[in-house]
Design a protein around this ligand. Structure first.
Ligand code: HGY
Ligand code: MN
Ligand code: MN
Length: 408
């Protein structure tokens, strides 16, 4: 069986569960998500797993181990960004299912129960929050986020309920840490490190912290032809000062990323001065103190600029996930498993965040990265080879089959 080619075929198949054909656009609790779950359900069934969807919309495939044995979790997210790649997230679900299928085909009985998890929403691009699924399992879910709305005014609560989830049942999903052996997420690297090292696989040492802020500037609108330049309170001019200040400050700080990725303005017509601007400021760093300091710097810049431009300024943190180290013993076990298949692992931090960021609050957590062509991700050109995914499947099977001890 060519496991890598099977992975590639499955990723091509599920990429069709998308709003359009420019890359993959599959937001949570949408018809595309529904279509994807029926495809994933068939893979889980083929791997001999018992399948159900939990209250948070996570599709779970489970293989029972010996009575009373703990459970090992493998997973990632089914959702994508807008016009994203066909590997980000869903690769972890595909390779998890195929690794279990391979172990079953080789008659390997595991000394623990095992589950594959397809989380609904990791990207947080439909709603201004993310990680509901893994936070539910980790017992860190905040029900207040259910009131958050998408751009169409649909609340997360309504979208989840309409999808067949149970908003009021999410908190009860919290798992018992004492019966959870660990969590492994397989993910395309989304960066250039493994390609530069000529390595198919990487073992993640830690995942960066992240926060998202909603920033607003409020000035006054008026006729573009009659209001004198020196008496304007132009919200978009203030916002552009802010964006440049943020970018220039972030350029000077290593291991920090600051991005204004989304912006809306009102009234947004050619012949009226912009009154309102709302933008997102995302800040990431491997060190949470560096991120906190930058958030303070951003607030001071906004406050200073609002005075200069005579507009109001607000900045509200809507989402935060602290940086997490990966479990050192699992990192060692993963590295050993990669060596058993004749590959050399590269250790690296993750500048992207993942479901693993939240799962680390529940149990020992590790990530296996698969080489990413030219480091391209969150775009249709994202690509991983059959061979690299085949090597990952072999490494996971070896990690589960021999590397992982059924005791923490
Ligand atoms: O944005 C990220 O780091 C992840 O892909 N959600
Ligand atoms: Mn991802
Ligand atoms: Mn992503």
């Amino acid at each position: 069986m060519n496991w890598g080619q099977c992975a590639q075929d499955r990723l091509s198949e599920i990429a069709k569960c998308s709003v359009d054909e420019t890359g993959v656009t599959r937001f949570p609790f949408t018809p595309e998500h529904k279509a994807a779950l029926s495809v994933i359900r068939s893979w889980m069934t083929q791997a001999g797993l018992k399948v159900h969807m939990d209250a948070a919309g996570t599709l779970i495939g489970r293989r029972e181990g010996p009575l009373g044995a703990p459970t090992f979790l493998i997973g990632s997210h089914q959702d994508s960004v807008k016009n994203g790649g066909r590997y980000d997230g869903i690769m972890g679900v595909v390779l998890g299912c195929l690794a279990l299928e391979k172990l079953a085909a080789n008659g390997v009985e595991l000394p623990f129960s095992v589950e594959v998890l397809a989380f609904a929403d990791e990207e947080g691009v439909r709603f201004p929050t993310a990680l509901m699924g893994p936070r539910a399992l980790a017992g860190t879910f905040d029900p207040a986020v259910l009131a958050m709305k998408d751009n169409d005014g649909v609340s997360l609560r309504r979208a989840l309920a309409d999808f067949g989830g149970d908003p009021d049942g999410v908190e009860a999903l919290a798992r018992d840490p004492s019966t959870t052996l660990g969590y492994l997420e397989i993910h395309i690297e989304q960066g250039p490190v493994l390609q530069a090292a000529d390595a198919a696989l990487g073992v993640v040492t830690g995942i960066c912290g992240i926060e998202r802020n909603t920033v607003t500037f409020t000035g006054d609108t008026g006729h573009a032809g009659t209001v004198p330049m020196d008496s304007r309170r132009d919200a978009l001019v203030a916002a552009s000062d802010f964006i440049s200040a943020i970018h220039n400050a972030a350029l000077k700080i290593t291991n920090l990323r600051a991005t204004v990725g989304a912006l809306s303005l009102h009234p947004n017509v050619a012949n009226a001065i912009p009154r309102n601007v709302e933008l997102t400021l995302e800040i990431r760093a491997l060190d949470d103190t560096v991120r906190d300091n930058f958030a303070r710097l951003a607030w001071s810049a906004g406050d200073r600029i609002s005075g200069l431009r005579r507009v109001e300024f607000t900045m509200e943190r809507t989402y935060e996930q602290p940086a997490v180290p990966c479990d050192s013993k699992m990192v060692d076990d993963l590295e050993a498993a990669i060596a058993t298949i004749g590959q050399t692992a590269t250790r690296l931090p993750s500048g992207a965040t993942h479901d693993a960021s939240a799962m680390a609050d529940l149990c020992p957590t590790a990530m296996l990265f698969v080489r990413c062509k030219d480091g391209l991700s969150h775009k249709p050109e994202e690509f991983a080879t059959d061979d690299d995914m085949g090597a990952a499947i072999q490494a996971i099977s070896s990690f589960l089959g021999s590397g992982l001890k059924a005791s923490r």
